[in-house]
Design a binder for this molecule. Structure first.
Ligand code: PLP
Length: 221
């Protein structure tokens, strides 16, 4: 299938229930342009340098999502243009995003990455840490960020039941925190689902799926 066919198929399956973020890490700019021409406006990258290199080569209305672990010393490279940082896993990182956003005279939207998988390699906050962070008085100072939702990665397994359960637990946390009222916290986005599990994720209430290999083919690495 071409990139265009894959995107059309996925958009039909999603049927407006969630936004599609095309995960473009390791893929050349020509492929991103093909996805753009097929209507994609949200691209997800996991390396700061790669995103910063690609961004000027694509049209200005692309919304760039940082989806990979973000080190505080790299925030400055994407702060001028990034649309959503999906992988926030500490107050310290939020403070640096706030500092860099202010320098650029912007407000940067963020998702808190929640650890839901049964694997040791995935980054993220534990549910209790998410609750603490969302209620932390220190957030009041951070007027150049907004926490707009949660993100999670399910375990890489063929056990559909387990994946569904992990998504359910994230949705429950999301619903529990929706009532939190703070100036810079409004939980409206729930980013869950990748190539292998986005249909389950949508079933379980995802508002945003991050799909790479199902659009662009497998990655070498
Ligand atoms: C790579 C990546 C994806 C996309 O994975 P695919 O299986 O290729 O769809 C989604 N989310 C994150 C955080 C990723 O790093």
């Amino acid at each position: 299938m071409t990139i265009q066919d894959s995107i059309q198929q996925i958009e039909q399956q999603i049927a407006g229930r969630a936004a599609l973020v095309a995960v473009t890490k390791t893929k050349p700019v020509a492929m991103l342009q093909a996805a753009y021409d097929a209507g994609c406006r949200r691209f997800g990258e996991n390396r700061v340098q790669e995103m910063a290199d690609k961004q000027p080569q694509l049209p200005a209305d692309v919304r760039w999502h940082q989806i990979g672990h973000l080190q505080t010393n790299k925030v400055k490279y994407i702060a001028p243009f990034v649309s959503l940082i999906e992988s926030v896993d500490s107050l310290k990182l939020l403070e640096e995003i706030n500092r860099q956003a202010r320098k650029n005279d912007r407000v940067i939207d963020c998702l808190l990455q929640v650890y839901i998988a049964d694997e040791e390699t995935k980054f993220g906050l534990l549910p209790d840490e998410v609750i603490d962070l969302v209620q932390s008085p220190a957030l009041d100072e951070l007027t150049n960020i907004r926490i707009v939702g949660l993100m999670g990665i399910a375990t890489n397994t063929n056990d559909e039941g387990q994946i569904r359960q992990e998504f359910k637990s994230l949705k429950q946390l999301f619903d529990a925190l929706k009532s939190v009222e703070r100036p810079n916290v409004t939980l409206s986005e729930l980013s869950m689902g990748m190539s292998s599990d986005y249909l389950i994720a949508i079933d379980e209430g995802s508002t945003m799926v991050r799909v790479g290999s199902a659009i662009f083919g497998s990655r070498n690495s």
